[in-house]
Design a protein around this ligand. Sequence first.
Ligand code: A2P
Length: 344
Amino acid sequence: MGFKIAVAGATGNVGREMLNILSERGFPADEVVALASSRSVGTEVSYGDKTLKVSNLETYDFSNTDICLMSAGGAVSLKYSPKIGQQGCVVIDNSSAWRYDAEVPLIVPEVNPDAISGFTKKNIIANPNCSTAQLVVALKPLHERATIKRVVVSTYQSVSGAGKDGMDELFNQTRAVFVADPIESKKFTKRIAFNVIPHIDVFMEDGYTKEEWKVLAETKKMLDPKIKLTCTAVRVPVFIGHSESVNIEFEKEITADEAREILREAPGCLVVDKRENGGYVTPYECAGEDATYISRIREDATVENGLNLWVVSDNLRKGAALNAVQIAELLVNRGLIKPRSQAA
Ligand code: A2P
């Protein structure tokens, strides 16, 4: 017998992708339940070739559900995840609400799978920030080989990272530019169509944004607390796919050729690095794909043992839904969870 899985936030960008990926990868689920707010009750969402009717998260009883994939924002997760966990259902949460809690493992299966065993304290597992997930997939194999000292990352993040409303705003503003309508900005602080905005999430006291802080804190938690990292996070007018310019300083010597070979073999990575026109990946091409693509691998001659990389991935997949489903698969494959229906 298989598992009973709930997807909370099933009407959102990431929730819909979670349902797609569960079906695509043939996750061993006997039953999948779609949950969202009371506003969406009765709405239909797709799960493979099936259609699911959305139920209300607020009134749903989790006592027979094995895993809840949650992507309904931090406030909703803070309110519901502890109660769901107490009912014996493991929450895999896509928000930032639990990521920095010492009793909650933060997992990218290619990077720190063994940390998952700590999930039993709260029955909650956190999924990282979209920018961090693809970054650590690329950094991990290089860190193992040459020990990373410092990383400078600049992100080029698509509007889907800001949810359905972010995608609608880019679409509506782009149309408004062409028909010379007034431009309305609600989701973003400035116009996003034909523009870039160096501001994602709230400002912190030191002048960094919370998004930039998350990349630092999460890389330290998952990969190595000794790594120094500084980040500039920028929203760009791309629908799907986050890109990152990554500058890395290592303790040991490593050439671009060595790094390319290591990354070619590394789990989750796909190297596309021809030093010619078009010999690199752009976010448009990675939408709908699972890999973290790495291009433009080259040595940085301005520091000792330095490399530059261009890292691109589908933020709704590896940055969110795919990673969450991979965490669920890790729980199942390691025998850390059994279908509750079998215990009855
Ligand atoms: P709903 O569509 O009913 O508002 P996105 O990040 O793409 O905007 O998606 C957010 C997801 O989180 C949606 O599925 C949304 O459902 C869900 N959500 C938001 N607020 C709540 C809530 N209070 N209870 C349950 N689900 C919620």
